[in-house]
Design a protein around this ligand. Sequence first.
Ligand code: URA
Length: 231
Amino acid sequence: MPDSLLRLDQLLSRFGFCSRSEARHWLRAGRVTVDGQSVADPSRRVAVATVRVDGAPVEFPGGILALFHKPAAVVCSHDEGEGRRVYDLLPERWSRRNPPVQSVGRLDKDATGLLVLTDIGDWIHRWTSPRHHVPKLYEVTVDADLDPACVERFASGTLRLDGESAPCLPARLEILSAREARIEITEGRYHQVKRMFASQGAHVVRLHRTRFGPFELGALAEGEWCPGFFP
Ligand code: URA
């Protein structure tokens, strides 16, 4: 049996429609068709592309890859105790998919911009692994005038963050105005951008990510998502 065939009850649970135990009711109610025919047997193995649920094809049958424009004041955590979550702004069914949709890396609560979302474990690993040095581009506003010497310090590969012994990898800093800059980093240390600027006596008051690896935020509106495609 090829891997791509799934039991219907597994399929309904994998893609977030209902639990495996509820699947029997969905099937009996005629909500699921395979090749246009209603099917009631939960153990029937089917190819996802042949299935319609309530008349619609299964969304992201090969796994979700989506780009999201994170607004400020929402958290990337799945934990309900930490305030409004990114997941509360996404289609509800996504959070019931198994495996669940996750952000690839995180943005701080006050940070805005591009978040890559996926339920494909290999990609989460690939894009968060420190070995892969995925470039991330941020726009930054700080509360003090930037010293042009920061460009060289950030690029040097010798900048140490408070409490860490390994220096940061070289980062590309472009100063846009006295208190605004663009920075590209290839690591994902805890609060890295804020701590890099803090090491230079500047507090970050705005942090906005415009690029993550091959993905660009582009004109995606705040709070909106769109499918991600490899450029
Ligand atoms: N660096 C930070 O300090 N915060 C983020 O959210 C991302 C990078």
